[in-house]
Design a protein. Structure first.
Length: 94
């Protein structure tokens, strides 16, 4: 199952997460087939962005929202987040 980071908070003013990767990108899980079939991805434990002003790497842990599911490949997993300026649009009148 693919992993997705659960970002919380805000990076420094004017910055946002432009891209991210997690290595390894997937987790092997176990549980009832009917539950596993519905899982599209797994979130990580919260990853705080508060005060961050540069790209960062951090260890992450997968979480399951269903107590019947368990992780067979617990990691370690590393998140690499790339921060950059927020994008905006502007129309220039001729």
């Amino acid at each position: 199952m693919p992993l997705r980071p659960a970002f919380t908070g805000r990076a420094q003013s004017g910055l946002k997460v432009l891209s991210w990767t997690i290595e390894p990108a997937t987790v092997q899980g176990e549980g009832p087939e009917s539950v596993l079939r519905k899982v599209k991805y797994l979130s990580t434990q919260p990853v705080p962005l508060d005060g961050r002003g540069a790209d960062f790497d951090t260890p992450v842990v997968p979480t399951f929202s269903d107590p019947d599911l368990s992780v067979l490949s617990p990691g370690p997993h590393t998140l690499r987040a790339v921060l950059g300026e927020k994008r905006t649009q502007r129309t220039l009148a001729g």
